[in-house]
Design a protein around this ligand. Sequence first.
Ligand SMILES: NC(=O)C1=CN([C@@H]2O[C@H](COP(=O)(O)OP(=O)(O)OC[C@H]3O[C@@H](n4cnc5c(N)ncnc54)[C@H](O)[C@@H]3O)[C@@H](O)[C@H]2O)C=CC1
Ligand SMILES: O=C(CO)COP(=O)(O)O
Length: 322
Amino acid sequence: MRIGIAGAGAFGTALAVTLAQAGQAVTLWARDAEAVGEIRRTRRVERLPEIELPEGIEPVSALSSLFSCDTILMALPAQATRGFVAEHAAPLAGKVLVACAKGIDLHSLTGQTAIIAKAVPSATPALLTGPSFAADIARGLPTALTLACADEACGAALQQALSTPTLRLYRSADVIGAELGGALKNVIAIACGACIGAGLGDSARAALMTRGFAEMQRLAAALGARPETLMGLSGFGDLVLTCSSELSRNYRYGLALGRGETFDSHMTVEGAATARAVTDLAAARGLDLPISAVTARMVAGDLTPLQALDALINRPLKEERE
Ligand SMILES: NC(=O)C1=CN([C@@H]2O[C@H](COP(=O)(O)OP(=O)(O)OC[C@H]3O[C@@H](n4cnc5c(N)ncnc54)[C@H](O)[C@@H]3O)[C@@H](O)[C@H]2O)C=CC1
Ligand SMILES: O=C(CO)COP(=O)(O)O
């Protein structure tokens, strides 16, 4: 298996580092030739400055080098995937394309693997997701993720090839459930950050995580996910990590909203677009997802965090299982 990674941001680079340390040769592609020149010279990337790239990584800006690999890990932001696979559908034909982004595409309202399958029908889509911060993976800290692929033989081969001594991959055939868990938890993490940033306390955050998880399960079930997938690393596991750690950009973005502060607009905050996508999906399917809805309105600037939390707590009373 010749492994290429599209995107030399934090996550793409972290994956390249752990794979290279495990002895894999990895082609790491970024679109900016000047930046790649700098990476080759310094053996460091801007998003993970403390990590030195091991020898097995070849940073490239030529797409032909990326397309010479048979397995490509797609580590671009979620909203960039559609354009990339559409533009390069011909050279991507027949390849194994592993989506690593966590987000629902705003245009099609589908997950990453559906975008890949639509643009490149001959490719085999897979997904790598679950609780992990790029810096932890790159530093060799122990991490467990989900490798999901509808083609079970391909999933097993990817599980073997992409596991390393510090990165343990569990296999799943439920691609829809795994990708919804990873995308939806980012929305809830923004809500949790806003809650803490606005000074509303840990009890309120626990309520948001729990009721947010109920929303994740409701939407995932409506879209055909297996319930148990949401209970695993890609759902519950990633929700816990992202809603409770200041290493999460989604959580930090929420904190900034709650405190009335600005946030670095160059940061990748997947939950912001996905909150809108979830609201559109819920409306189309007649689902009630109140936390996601108020989060989308907070992100759009239509509600303050205090107004959002007030709207949630004053909803009509109901049974917990609803
Ligand atoms: N950073 C993390 O800890 C983790 C990130 N992820 C997911 O990985 C995905 C990527 O995140 P990061 O690497 O952290 O973001 P990042 O912001 O560090 O890197 C994204 C990279 O993609 C490049 N890029 C953006 N648009 C592009 C386009 N149209 N064509 C080519 N390159 C483009 C950027 O220049 C940047 O180098 C996100 O969906 C995120 O949720 C998943 C697990 C952990
Ligand atoms: O997906 C992640 C952790 O699993 C990374 O979270 P952020 O994108 O919020 O930084």
